[in-house]
Design a protein around this ligand. Sequence first.
Ligand code: GLV
Ligand code: GLV
Length: 337
Amino acid sequence: MPLLHQLNPDEWQIVLWDEDRPTTASWIKENIKDAEGALVLLTEKINEELLEIAGPNLRIVSTMSVGYDHVETTALKKRNIRLGYTPDVLTNAVADLTVLLALMATRNAGEGLSIVKDGKWPQLPFGPFVLCGPQIGSGVDGKKPYTVGFIGFGRIAKATLKRLSPYGISRCIYANTSSARGPHPTYASTEGDQSLAKELGVGEIYAASLEYVAQESDLVIVLAPGGKETYHVVDARFLGKMKSMAVLVNTSRGTLVDTDALVDALKEHKIWAAGLDVVEGEPNIPAGHPLLRLPRAVVLPHIGSATVDTREAMARLAVENLINGLLGRPMEHEVRL
Ligand code: GLV
Ligand code: GLV
């Protein structure tokens, strides 16, 4: 029997916001009152104030996202409210977009697109080095060392590495954000790292400090959860240690990268380029934003998981988590609070 039919419709009332845009603050406040479960997106801030309004009946929050930095987990825990989320089903879509941004930023595709769209192609000379940039991977002879550095090395990072491996990756280093703020590299290569390196044909894979990842990587990919712990892990100091031809990609949360410091680093040519699917303060990034004036910043409006298949799978999983939670059963993906 389909899960939805296991809820007796006489006992449950469903209130639905059915517009393709975030709920308004007043709507959610009005409708979460006395609710037992809530299915939300990352645009809904689930905090003390809202839980207070919801009242003591609320038992389940189910977010249709892998990230849950919009949810105050301590407030949920205090009230014994369970939290469901939707990892795995979006891994491939986000990994695809991460590679897309890495390629676009490395290969000057953002600037190239603007030139064509702005009608400036006729003025563009086809000089031997016009719009030339670095190249992802081991290069023309397949022998150039190429290091990919990850901040956060979870499922999406591994799926991204898998997609990058055919380009020829001699080394993958990663910083676990909770433990890597110290100054010294750790060079810890787990058995899992070693078997993954073998499987993907990547020279070596090991954990290191943030500083080491900054210094050594040709491509830095930020794929860690948002929140206080990872706030501005990529700051002026980090960017200052990066190679001048290195590329930064962020497909996790805007809060991990200090945007002002990134703008400076790009302006001063401290790094080559950046590809961002997320920016702190999104979606309020107006046309005049300094980031958008930089030819080497490729910015997309948070579309990492935006494929029809993926969003349908996320929606289904979020509904299942909600219903299982309401029925007092284990959820397929529940955050341990
Ligand atoms: C998207 O950013 C998500 O967390 O699902
Ligand atoms: C993060 O949750 C990931 O799946 O990498």
